[in-house]
Design a protein around this ligand. Structure first.
Ligand SMILES: NC(=O)c1ccc[n+]([C@@H]2O[C@H](COP(=O)([O-])OP(=O)(O)OC[C@H]3O[C@@H](n4cnc5c(N)ncnc54)[C@H](OP(=O)(O)O)[C@@H]3O)[C@@H](O)[C@H]2O)c1
Length: 319
């Protein structure tokens, strides 16, 4: 099968097309014929060697799956051949199971059905970013009706999901973004959008209940919270003092699982959350190199999607 791999750590030029053996599946896994995937900052950090996991080369990057099941493992009950699915798959020790590939093996507990009214490209944008946004807003910060929350970095892949999920919870949502993204964020429900190039949000926001930090700006985020408030950062590591203070800060790592992913997919299917796609590139050497450079710019608005194949016909004969 075709995949985009790296044979050593380095810049975007290290990404190149290769032919790899088809993945084999364990009893608790399914094989997915990929239609689309997406790029996250962890991809290029790993490419640069900043997230070394002791993997062997070649490494297949990418952790968003959107496609159709072609084979199910013997112990998989909930999914069948022909199901359109999305997933944030586990990483594997041999590092050849990333999603920049035509086929990906995924453990069944990481899968969610793709709602029929969203495209495979939209589906590819949801797993990593949407699930971490959902876990922070709904589970970690437990944002509720009329709570005041600041989402730092509202125009990013995670931030756009977080703003909308917080609105769906009934919160008052402030967010930071460059001026060109303000109309987009307001159209998606943000109550207050602050241009962080012009205005220090610590000058105008006070007594907030919650902060979701996607930009590693913990000290400033803590400064706008009530003593009972909480900050969760997915981008920075709070100090011991920040963790044990009032307000408090903690770091959160995504816990991939099919249930939380399905909850986000339902919000999208119901129209409560819109998927914003920044750009699309094909699964080619040039496509992935350009997609990584776009992500490294730190100014993508929404998700960078990689298109892999035409959607197969959704029936039980897909192989
Ligand atoms: N811990 C985890 O499990 C986990 C999971 C996912 C992501 N992450 C991390 O979370 C961070 C965000 O991820 P992402 O996918 O959302 O990244 P992204 O899509 O690349 O974020 C790009 C956005 O960041 C905004 N931005 C850049 N600097 C900013 C600043 N100083 N203030 C406000 N906004 C700023 C830009 O907005 P403008 O163009 O409007 O300036 C742009 O829209 C990354 O560091 C990523 O590695 C962690």
């Amino acid at each position: 099968m075709k995949a985009i791999v790296i044979d050593r750590y380095g810049d975007a030029q290290e990404l190149h097309e290769a032919q790899l053996p088809m993945p084999t599946i364990n009893p608790d896994e399914v094989l997915v014929k990929m239609v689309a995937t997406s790029v996250n900052p962890i991809d290029w950090r790993t490419r640069m060697g900043r997230s070394r996991a002791g993997w062997n080369f070649p490494i297949v990057l990418g952790w968003d799956v959107s496609g159709v099941i072609t084979t199910v493992g013997t112990s998989v009950q909930q999914f069948k051949v022909g199901d359109a699915v999305i997933a944030r798959p586990d990483t594997s020790s041999d590092a050849t199971r990333g999603s920049y590939a035509e086929y990906v093996a995924v453990k069944a507990d990481k899968l969610a059905l793709k709602p029929a009214n969203i495209s495979f490209e939209e589906g590819a944008a949801i797993p990593l970013s949407g699930t971490v946004a959902y876990q922070v807003i709904v589970k970690q910060l437990a944002v509720g009706k009329d709570d005041k929350i600041l989402v730092q970095g509202g125009a990013g892949g995670v931030g756009l999901f977080a703003v909308q999920i917080a609105k769906a919870q009934g919160a008052y949502v402030a967010t930071t973004a460059s001026a060109e993204n303000h109309d987009l964020l307001r159209s998606l429900g943000a109550d207050e959008v602050i241009d962080y190039h012009q205005t220090k949000y610590t000058d105008i926001l006070h007594d907030y209940d919650a902060v979701f930090d996607t930009t590693d700006d913990i000290e400033n985020g803590l400064a706008i919270l009530k003593p009972t408030g909480h900050l969760v950062s997915i981008a920075g590591q709070p100090t011991f003092v920040q963790q044990s203070g009032h307000p408090s800060a903690k770091h959160w790592w995504l816990h991939p699982n099919g249930q939380d992913l399905a909850a986000v997919a339902e919000l999208v299917a119901a129209g409560q959350v819109k998927v914003v796609i920044d750009s699309e590139y094909p699964l080619t050497t040039e496509g992935l190199r350009a997609a990584h450079l776009r992500s490294e710019s730190h100014h993508a608005h929404g998700k960078i999607v990689i298109t892999i194949a035409e959607p197969p016909k959704l029936n039980n004969t897909v192989m």
